[in-house]
Structure formats: C-alpha cells, structure tokens
Design a protein around this ligand. Structure first.
Ligand code: CTP
Ligand code: CA
Length: 223
C-alpha cells in the first residue's frame, strides 16, 4: 500500500541496471570472479521500479530474489553481460551499472576439467570490454550512472573514473563499508559536486540514488 503513495519520478522511463559479479571461465569447473552479493544492484533495480520505471536487470551469478515487477536477464561472463546490455540499450532512458564486472578473462577456456600437476601454472588473462564506458560513449547515450568500489583514495579515484568514462553521475563507496553488509554509505558525484549519504541500508541508499539520478535526468544533466 505504501508504494502506492510514493512519488514516481521515473514514470514512463526505461531503466537498465547491471548487478552482481561476472564469472570468467577457466575450465569446466573453475573460473575467476569478483566479490559481490548483488544486493546493491538489486536494490537499485527495485528502487527504479518503485519510482515508476520499466526496469531490466542484467544479473551475474547471485542468489537474490528478483525485485517485484522487474525483468531479469541472468548472465555469466562480462561478454554475455555486454551482449545482454547491447540487445536492449538503444531504447533505454537511463543505464545504471552496478555490476562488479571482471576486468580480465582467461584467454583460453578449457572445456574439460584441467588436471593438476606439481608445476607452477600460469593463466593468461585478456582485458574484458568496459560495458559502462562503451555505453557512455554511444552517439546518443542514455543517462549513465556508474559505481566505483574503491579500497582507498575514494573521492580521487571516483572522480577520475567519472571523468574518464564521461558520466553525469557516479556513486562511490569504500569496499570496507559495503562488502558483506546490508548497509552502505554512498557518495554521489556529479557536475555540481559531492553528496555524501549517511549510512543506511542498501535499499534506502538505492532510493536516494534513484531520486538524485531522476532529478539530474529531468534537468538534462549530461556532462
Ligand atoms: N564496469 C563495466 N564494465 C567493466 C568494468 C566496469 O561496466 N568491464 C562498470 C562497473 O559496473 C561500475 C564502473 O564501471 O559501474 C566502475 O567499475 P570499477 O571496477 O570501479 O572501475 P574500473 O573502470 O574497472 O577501474 P578499476 O577496477 O581499475 O578501479
Ligand atoms: Ca574494475
């Protein structure tokens, strides 16, 4: 019932959210991944849906329930995540990249399980595509929101990331504040400056982020 009376600043908008880790296969049973529960991204998808948006959630391997009213597409690798994003991006109004995408994938993917021996083993890694940067550099990009999870120099690294990827809005958080936690404390960075959000649960953080993004989006806030 409560939802009925919430403001709907994204009514009529299409929003695509990425969430969770990607998993890059080494062989039939092994892979490289990032530490991510998917909680923050799923909360963002839920908050966007509550705000009236039509939401697609492209999710890596996570064990989170699909938010009410959200269309979910499950993927494994960064490449699959990029394909799912590309298939839908042209009609989106906002793109919010919360996923912890692997920056490298094994050059070779072995179909069979590798057998161990006593030698040192080397795995060659190639860089993955930066999904967010590629969407943000489209000729007519949707309003792009990035995340930055840093372990140090939070504001410097985050602002560099926002500039490098040309994002109107970026949510920065320290991994120490977010991992294995139901709470978070985001700092929102945009062309007007910084907005630190006091520590609350991830759904509350997500709702504040969506409200902020909606204001900038309607103000035409591209960099
Ligand atoms: N991202 C993405 N595709 C990638 C890597 C990152 O879409 N291949 C997105 C993330 O979802 C996040 C933002 O880019 O919204 C920043 O990710 P992050 O890992 O913090 O930054 P990187 O640019 O990968 O730089 P680094 O890992 O070196 O800090
Ligand atoms: Ca990265």
């Amino acid at each position: 019932l409560e939802g009925h009376f919430q403001p709907k600043p994204l009514k009529g908008c299409k929003v695509l959210v990425t969430a969770g880790p990607t998993f890059e296969r080494i062989d039939a049973v092994r892979g490289i991944t990032n530490q991510s529960s998917g909680k923050m991204g799923f909360a963002v998808a839920r908050a966007a849906q509550e705000a009236g948006a039509e939401v697609i959630l492209v999710a890596g391997l996570v064990s989170q329930p699909t938010p009410y009213g959200v269309k979910r597409i499950d993927v494994e690798s960064a490449q699959q995540m990029q394909q799912a994003v590309n298939a839908h991006i042209s009609v989106q109004d906002l793109f919010i990249a919360v996923a912890a995408v692997a920056d490298y994938h094994p050059l070779q993917q072995h179909e069979q399980k590798l057998k161990k021996d006593a030698q040192i083993m080397q795995i060659e890694l190639a860089p993955t595509v930066d999904i967010l940067a590629s969407v943000a550099s489209l000729p007519r990009p949707p309003f792009c929101v990035g995340f930055a999870a840093e372990s140090q120099n939070l504001l410097d690294y985050a602002e560099q990331k926002r500039k490098r990827k040309r994002l109107p809005l970026l949510a920065a958080n320290l991994v120490q504040n977010a991992f294995n936690s139901d709470d978070n404390e985001l700092v929102l960075l945009d062309d007007h400056g910084r907005t630190p959000l006091p520590r609350t649960d991830k759904l509350d953080q997500a709702r504040q982020l969506i409200a902020h993004a909606a204001r900038l989006y309607h103000a035409g806030g591209s960099p």
